[in-house]
Design a protein around this ligand. Sequence first.
Ligand SMILES: Cc1cc2nc3c(=O)[nH]c(=O)nc-3n(C[C@H](O)[C@H](O)[C@H](O)COP(=O)(O)OP(=O)(O)OC[C@H]3O[C@@H](n4cnc5c(N)ncnc54)[C@H](O)[C@@H]3O)c2cc1C
Length: 406
Amino acid sequence: MIDFTFEPDVESVRMKVREFMDVEVRPAWEAIDQSDRAQVVKAIVTLRKKAREDWNLWLPHMPPEWGGMGLGPTAMAAVSAEAAKVGIGPFVLNAQAPDEGNQHTLLHWATPEQKEKYLKPLCEGTARSCFAMTEPEVAGSDPTLIKTFAYKDGDEWVINGHKWFISGARGAKFALLVARTEENPDQPQAANSCFIVDLPSEGWNVVRDVETMSGGHNHCEILIEDLRVPNSNMLGGRGQGHLLGQYRLGPARLAHCMRWIGQAETALDMMVKRSLERYSHGSILAEKQGIQWMIADSAMELYQCKLMVLHAAFKVENKLDFISEVSMAKHFVANSLWRIIDRAIQVHGALGYSTDTPLAGMLQQARWSRFADGADEIHQMRIAQRTIAAYKDHGTTKRATGDLPL
Ligand SMILES: Cc1cc2nc3c(=O)[nH]c(=O)nc-3n(C[C@H](O)[C@H](O)[C@H](O)COP(=O)(O)OP(=O)(O)OC[C@H]3O[C@@H](n4cnc5c(N)ncnc54)[C@H](O)[C@@H]3O)c2cc1C
């Protein structure tokens, strides 16, 4: 029998997160001016204290020895989807990107000394971090093209290059920086290494907070000029930068999907609520077939999103091959999120286009989900390659469609 329910302890955490969001986080978030950075930071600090001390909700994805709740990927799917129903929810639990991905990366790759110095404050919530890989001059979709270059000088590495869209860079205590260290690697994927860079550092220059279609959100452009990093701050081995990036991105992509499900559900709830309240041409919108199609399409897509994410999380948790399932989930959830929010805006009419509801801001945020952490076309390329390979190897594509017992 396939059981789609959570264990009682996971279900109780899920309901506790929902209650915490409803009782504490949403009212505090709606009471402040969300465009005022000082007010946002103050709200996060206050709510984090409550989360940790009063509700015992802190670092859900990290093991208890690091102060976390030790939840696996499927339990995290439940918790993240609840937390993401409020914009700052994941921040309040200290489970926000890019720190969540960096915490996983440090846990897996860092030396005990590196963990003590960098992972510990991240887990305690006294430091933030960033992950610096993308460059304006070369396609971020292909990290083998990275130009930022590091050469060894005694016990130090000297790094020069240019990065952009580095989320959370302003105010971060350290960066995980990916740079080319190998001139002629055996394979292109082995050219890069990863360094932990203390911030601020001489040679790490924040040029600007790149203005986006939804304003500035601390996605920074960085000019790296003769930045010196001690050899002991290399994370993983020489040439392991790509491997480390891939290790980080698999679960991090799934974590995004979990948060996007929370956002999509919020949009669908709003779509239905509005359709029950708005009256036109003799009946409420909920009774119009055209509106029902939008509701039905959204419900079907959200259902698919949930199944795909839970199945991918199950594969990660059970150490099964999850690459294709995470790719499919990332592509499908990102596109569903966009469509569901767009339909919710349609049903709200002018109100949906205004900033009187959160929908307009949600749509702007949703747009990046289709190319960040792997553009749609890259995921499609990889999914197609694996589907073709499955057919060639086994005479059937079955393995490439989740390898389910169907
Ligand atoms: C909000 C936001 C936050 C981000 N945060 C970070 C961060 O913290 N750290 C970081 O390092 N980066 C970050 N990024 C960058 C992000 O990871 C890149 O945008 C992403 O990897 C794509 O790289 P690119 O923008 O250079 O696009 P490109 O690689 O130039 O691709 C542009 C488009 O070309 C197409 N394309 C590319 N390659 C192929 C192909 N092989 N086949 C078919 N089509 C293709 C796709 O449609 C793609 O969307 C962030 C981006 C955003 C928008």
